[in-house]
Design a protein around this ligand. Structure first.
Ligand code: SF4
Length: 103
């Protein structure tokens, strides 16, 4: 059984989510880093093509074949980097390459 959501209801919910993201600097930064990472990498930079494992999961298998767009492991890693840099009072990089150099 499927539930139909009226289009205007759906638009309203999506707008609310977008608004919340705009107000949340951490989410905004994570989105920015994700976009920036995609400019440099077709496949996840933490994916081991040879073995199919994820470096961020300490060698566990990547369930996404290296497709990192929206990957919860990657997002979680970015969130931790945000907290780490903030707690050290360091500036937040605006480019993914600068992030990899900063950590
Ligand atoms: S699980 Fe996510 S972070 Fe890890 S290699 Fe796969 S896509 Fe990358």
């Amino acid at each position: 059984m499927s539930i139909k959501i009226p289009e205007d209801e759906l638009d309203k919910v999506l707008r609310q989510v977008e608004e919340r993201e705009k107000r949340d600097p951490k989410k905004r930064w994570i989105t920015r880093m994700m976009k920036s990472a995609k400019q440099y990498h077709k496949m996840c930079p933490y994916y081991d093509k040879r073995t199919g494992k994820c470096f961020l999961k300490l060698g566990e298998k990547c369930e996404r074949d290296g497709r990192f767009d929206g990957c919860p492991v990657f997002i979680d890693w970015l969130a931790k980097k945000y907290d780490e840099l903030k707690s050290k009072g360091r500036p937040l990089p605006m480019d993914f390459l600068d992030l990899t150099l900063a950590v």
